[in-house]
Design a protein around this ligand. Structure first.
Ligand code: GLU
Length: 478
């Protein structure tokens, strides 16, 4: 028998923000689709909520997917399809369920239902089930949930999940104005798109029995279901967009590499086995099994993600690293006139071994491209201790002024060590005023290499400016 082809889907409702949880769902679906030559990943935009729907949001989804490597140009990719375009199909399905006696019209108002029930949690009471009402004004169409027995969801992650039918109300599938409800639209679309595998967040599990009943009532074999564990923060709270950093875009803006992000997201609930964690997506694809996904909640550990990203940054070639830094460098006030690509290429390896996200490149190299170092009063006060500050700057300026001094990191270091010793200071303490005078900050890339690259003249000029500022401050205090 020919194997049934595998068709997965990712069905986001556009909200203007691409959630990291959505990114994980997309990647798990994508991994499965990639496993087979004829595997398909359908992108369906669930855009029926017209009020909350803008074309740029769809573009944002497509762009975010592309950033993750889920590319429209890939042969496994199909879509995007738009739920709104399938509305006639949703209506047809509602009508066919009615004609087959699987749905009935109901004219009860919410108040009437509430009056009849002492417990509002019980939902609709089936009042119109056998009244034989036809379509008409004020009448919604309800699905006739089979009586007796449970609806069993065979979830690939959670195992067998039973829902007692007596606890599933006869839910509405089309409103009084004929417009179909989301629960129906989602199923009809999956049927139309011949979806065989649904992988989505756990929050959808409670809707699944209703959807499975709809699949069956529409004469179709339900897909394989898999509900992914929730993603939580360090306090074990479900990630929320109000409290946590959940937008994929904010990670992108900070300078997370897509390959590090993809790697990390794949581990939210799944592991390739062994203790390997850093693994490129292409190597994960053949190992991925949805049955191996964990059901307990997955901790989104930003620190770990940062560490991953640092590793990915260090694994880049020097040229690649330089290339990846460009968007951040090009956003600086020095760009393009004061940017010096050769100089950057020379300092880049020092930064590559130290930064965790690409945006950190800015504070590490801005001293090279700004006319004057950034002003950071806190660093200034910390480094320019009375006595030490002007002593060190003065002596350093004198020593660096010697034209016979060779301008290389090793000589500069030896020179500063001597000065430090002559003032009875450790090098670490002694170099702080020099660092702040030249870079504006107390922390940064190795100082002597930085001085070498900035060049004799600019270093001297900055030392002079700092010394003058310090003298003026000390003068003012007297
Ligand atoms: N549109 C739904 C969401 O964004 C997805 C529903 C599904 O995957 O079935 O949460």
């Amino acid at each position: 028998m020919a194997e049934i082809s595998l068709r997965t889907r990712f069905a986001p409702s556009p909200t203007g923000m691409f959630h990291v949880g959505g990114a994980r769902s997309a990647l798990f679906n994508w991994a499965l689709a990639q496993q087979r030559p004829d595997g398909v990943f359908v992108l369906r935009i669930e855009d029926t909520d017209a009020a909350r729907n803008r074309p740029e949001w769809t573009e944002g989804i497509v762009r975010a997917l592309a950033w993750l490597g889920i590319a429209e140009s890939d042969s496994h990719f199909e879509g995007p399809y738009f739920q709104s375009a399938y509305q006639p199909k949703h209506r047809e399905a509602a009508e066919s369920l009615y004609s087959a006696g699987r749905a009935y019209y109901c004219d009860c108002t919410r108040e009437q239902v509430q009056e009849r029930r002492d417990n509002p949690n019980l939902g609709y009471d089936g009042f119109c089930r056998d009244r034989g009402l036809g379509p008409g004004a004020g009448r919604a169409l309800r699905f006739r949930v089979p009586e007796g027995g449970p609806t069993v969801i065979d979830d690939q992650i959670r195992g067998r999940v039973e829902f007692e039918n007596e606890h599933i109300e006869d839910f509405v599938i089309a409103r009084a104005d004929g417009s179909p409800l989301y629960v129906l639209a989602n199923v009809v679309d999956d049927i139309e798109m011949r979806i065989t595998q649904v992988i989505r967040g756990e929050e959808h599990l409670s809707n699944t029995p209703k959807q499975q009943l709809l699949w069956e009532a529409l004469g179709q074999r339900p897909p394989s279901w898999a509900h992914l564990p929730v993603i939580v923060n360090e306090k074990r709270q479900k990630l929320s967009k109000r409290r946590d950093k959940v937008a994929l875009e904010s990670y992108q803006d900070e300078g997370y590499l897509p390959e590090a992000m993809v790697n990390y997201l794949m581990l939210l609930g799944w592991s390739p086995g062994g203790d390997r964690e850093i693994m490129p997506f292409t190597e994960m694809v053949p190992l991925f099994r949805v049955e191996d996904v964990n059901k307990s909640s997955a901790f989104f550990d930003e620190k770990k993600l940062r560490a991953f990203n640092g590793e990915y940054i260090r694994a880049l070639s020097e040229e690649e690293f330089v290339e990846r830094c460009q968007p951040w460098l090009a956003a600086g006030p020095w760009f393009p006139e004061n940017f010096d690509a050769d100089l950057f290429a020379r300092i880049a390896p020092l930064a590559q071994s130290r930064i965790a996200v690409l945006s950190e490149i800015i504070t590490n190299v801005d001293f090279l491209f700004l006319d004057a170092p950034v002003e950071d009063p806190q660093s200034w006060t910390k480094a320019m201790k009375p006595g030490v500050g002007s002593e060190m700057l003065g002596s350093t300026l004198a020593a660096f002024g010697d034209p016979s001094l060779s301008w290389d990191a090793a000589t500069l270091k030896a020179t500063l060590e001597e000065i430090a010793a002559s003032h009875g200071l450790k090098l670490g303490k002694a170099q702080a005023p020099v660092r702040v005078a030249v870079t504006g900050r107390t922390v940064g890339l190795p100082l002597f290499e930085s001085l070498e690259l900035l060049g004799r003249e600019r270093v001297q000029e900055r030392l002079r400016t700092a010394l003058a500022k310090l003298d003026a401050e000390e003068g003012a205090e007297e």
